[in-house]
Design a protein around this ligand. Structure first.
Ligand code: CA
Length: 655
């Protein structure tokens, strides 16, 4: 009997193991994705993928398709494309008092076990990411699980130990291959509601570590932090871990290229920690957008409007190159770098028809980042802003579940997949043309190539679009073109160029008596004469030129600007002034040619915020010396004469 059972088990194990091998054929080429070879990649270099939301997505009706368009298990697709580890976040109890899930995949141990089995089936190991919270833990929040509320630190440490031990034993019982276990998620100074290092490390992390070593002695133990751009903080974390003598193996970091500093900084700080404390290091979370558009009616963290520095275009090739650079940095430029894990590369839309339909699915299955039920636990953030996926444009699958070519990078970077270099993204051109000038379109424009080099490529502009442009009146035009087979766009603005320098005094510091570009000739003795920074008293911008003289002083000055290099033609000069409490006023705008006034226009200061403006039209000859200015001469009554000068304009009006 016993023998027979043993025999059955052996057969099952044999089938299971042969199944794995039979199913996985690694991707070995791409017709469209340029993948440079990353040198010195050990076979066991971790190519990780966080896929914690997958069960809730499948429950919501999401299906995934391989490169042949066949509906396929997500984990099979990942394994075939070089992913060798699946990361899974674990929350203690992501459910409200009625049993409704908080969302974000409702990732508790039960869910993690389902994911882990699926991953193992296709030969991938798992990285378990204990948040030690009932919902998201990151630098902005590290809330303790509900069940641990009110515990002393010693009691909390014991609860954490027991929870870790019990959870891991369940994985062990299911024979889950675990490569690594994470103690907390992005624990920048807090964990499970504790925010002093002795509690975090000596009490909590140490007990987690103890439980991990007991159940999975061969698994690596990782700590995980975010914001490597803050190098001092990272070095501080590492020294605190050493001070409290934490037993761990891997110092892991998040690295989102938009926010987390340069790759050079990342390798510097991780290498320093690896070398100083003899630890392994890795990037535990990274991602990059393959397009700017959202697809599930819940706004994304990255879009065209994102004010972030882009070293890579938001394209499939750009996504590939961004991740390749992270892999190269960890593998070749960082001491003891063991791997890179992509964050939630399959968190796609649950539907593309409407917010309302998607919202029902997010609420029911927890397939959005948070459901409304999370408000009980996290009222300030999740309880307010719950919704769908904020990273659907950073996945390796489109909104219908079809795998993107970029996923191949993980398999192809080991040998490279070199293609002819071609443009992958064309930079839009913005062209300002002065009224009356000829429109000259660039013959070459900047492109980011598929190998991530930047090159100038030839542009061909649409002749019909070009013929629409009228250069003798202001206007905006979009001219389409073609560059290396891709669409190009030139945004043309025909503008009435202001030939004056510093025309609204915005370039000066408050209090400057001589504004940049201007000359002040003062023959009076005004009490105050300077650039003032006061938006409410400015006609344009936040600054203007200010004057004031009490009744025992007089105002008499010229403020003027010489303008060189103007072609012959008709011009219009404008300048504005407001003020009051003046007597014997003689105020005028003027134009000088060869130091002789050739045109002037009287101006008045009457009361606060009533601006008087000149409009002097004149002819200018290229060879003459041109000066424009304003003369202000008056005496003060009451509290004294005062005024503000702003918005000087000199436009070309034609021949
Ligand atoms: Ca979205």
């Amino acid at each position: 009997m016993k023998l027979r059972r043993l025999f059955v088990i052996i057969i099952v194990l044999f089938l299971a193991s042969s199944c794995q091998k039979a199913h996985i054929v690694l991707t070995d080429s791409s017709d469209t994705l340029f993948v440079r070879k990353i040198d010195h990649l050990p076979d066991d270099f971790i190519m990780g993928m966080d896929a914690s939301s997958v069960i809730s997505l499948e429950d919501s009706g999401v299906t995934f398709y391989d490169f042949d368009g066949n509906e396929t298990d997500l984990f099979k697709i990942l394994a075939e494309n070089g992913i060798n580890n699946i990361r899974i976040r674990i929350w203690n109890d992501p459910y409200d008092s009625e049993g409704n899930g908080y969302g974000g995949g409702n990732c508790d141990v039960d869910k993690a076990l389902i994911i882990a089995k699926r991953a193992n089936l296709y030969g991938m190991k798992v990285i378990l990411d204990f948040h030690y919270s009932d919902f998201w833990a990151d630098p902005s929040k590290q809330m303790a699980p509900k069940a641990w509320k009110g515990l002393s630190i010693e009691e909390k440490a014991e609860a954490l130990y027991q929870y870790t031990l019990d959870s891991l034993k369940r994985f062990k019982q299911e024979r889950i291959a675990v490569s690594m276990v994470q103690i907390g998620n992005e624990t920048n100074g807090a964990l499970a509601g504790e925010n002093i290092w002795m509690n975090i490390i000596y009490h909590l992390m140490a007990n987690a570590s103890k439980a991990i070593r007991e159940v999975y002695p061969k698994a690596l133990i990782a700590v995980h932090f975010a914001n490597p751009e803050n190098k001092d903080a990272y070095l501080d974390y590492a020294s605190k871990l050493a001070y409290y003598d934490l037993d761990y193996d891997v110092f892991a970091s998040s690295y989102y290229p938009y926010w987390h500093g340069s790759l050079e900084n990342l390798s510097d700080v991780l290498s320093q920690i690896a070398d100083t404390y003899d630890k392994k290091v890795m990037v535990m979370e990274t991602s990059y957008a393959y397009r700017p558009e959202d697809s599930d009616f819940h706004g994304n963290t990255i879009s065209d409007e994102s004010l972030v520095t882009k070293n890579y275009p938001y394209t499939i090739q750009g996504q590939c190159n961004a991740v390749l650079d992270v892999i190269d940095t960890i593998a070749n430029k960082t001491s003891n770098g063991i791997g890179v894990c992509y964050w939630e590369g399959a968190w796609i839309a649950v539907g593309t028809d409407s917010y309302e339909e998607n919202s029902l699915l997010w609420e029911e299955h927890g397939s959005g980042w948070a459901s409304s039920y999370a408000k009980e636990y996290d009222p300030k953030d999740a309880g307010r802003y719950y919704g769908g996926s904020a990273v659907d444009n950073q996945a390796f699958f489109d909104e219908h579940g079809h795998v993107l070519e970029s996923l191949k990078l993980f398999a192809l970077c080991r040998n490279g997949n070199i293609l002819p270099v071609r443009a992958d993204a064309i930079e839009d051109v913005y062209l300002s043309v002065n009224l009356g000038d000829e429109l000259v379109l660039p013959e070459q424009i900047n492109a980011i190539m598929n190998d991530n080099s930047h090159q100038l490529v030839d542009a061909e502009w649409d002749a019909n679009d070009v013929s629409q442009v009228v250069t003798d009146q202001t206007g905006e035009y979009l001219i389409k073109g073609n560059c290396d087979g891709m669409d190009a766009f030139c945004h043309v603005s025909i503008i009435n160029f202001n030939y004056l320098q510093n025309p609204s005094f915005e370039e000066d510091e408050h209090g400057s008596r001589s504004p940049k570009g201007w000359i002040i000739n003062d023959s009076g003795n005004a009490n105050e004469l300077y650039v003032e920074d006061k938006v409410t008293d400015s006609l344009d911008g936040s600054k203007h030129y200010h004057f004031w003289a009490d009744s025992s002083h007089t105002i008499c000055f010229d403020l003027e600007q010489k303008v060189d290099g103007l072609r012959s033609g008709n011009y219009l000069y404008q300048i504005s002034i407001m003020g009051g409490d003046a007597s014997d006023g003689n105020i005028y705008a003027y134009v000088k040619s060869n130091d002789e006034i050739i045109a002037k226009e009287e101006l008045q200061i009457t009361s606060y915020n009533v601006w008087d403006s000149s409009a002097i039209a004149f002819d200018h000859t290229e060879t003459d010396a041109l000066t424009v200015g304003i003369h202000v001469e008056c005496n003060g009554v009451n509290n004294g004469a005062w005024g503000k000068i702003d918005q000087a304009i000199l436009n070309y009006m034609g021949e």
